[in-house]
Design a protein around this ligand. Sequence first.
Ligand SMILES: [Zn+2]
Length: 160
Amino acid sequence: MYHSISEEKGNDAVISPALFAEQMAYLHSQGYNPVTLDQLYDYLTGQKGLPPKPVAITFDDGYRDTYEIALPILKRYGFKSTLFVLTADSERRLTWQELREMKAAGMEIASHSYTHRNLAGMTATAQADEITRSKELLDRNLNQDTRFFCYPTAASARRR
Ligand SMILES: [Zn+2]
């Protein structure tokens, strides 16, 4: 589970591009097979098998460095992954065109809510809006049926 991949120091949620590249090279050299959550879901519900040594690589929030740093490294190995992206215009750091390009390159795009607000303190109506609005935007802009949601907790909001 990755967040930002950059040189920011003193933030436990951030790792450097060099370390990320090293970790992907390790997975490749050890014969791991990155899978999407779609594949994992199909496996867990008994519909399909998984490749040997499966691993799920996921990214939260949707930072520009997921597109600029992580994606080229993942493409180098043909690695699949999952990105949980925020969908509000004010919170979205990647364009829909970039997200479509990432999806075409094997990155599954899923929901991380609309604005990353802590759902725990919200009314049921506001919670539903955060969740369904995000799914509708992803479905429409990426021409898909978005199936996965990563909960935006207060802890991860602090790490952003
Ligand atoms: Zn987050």
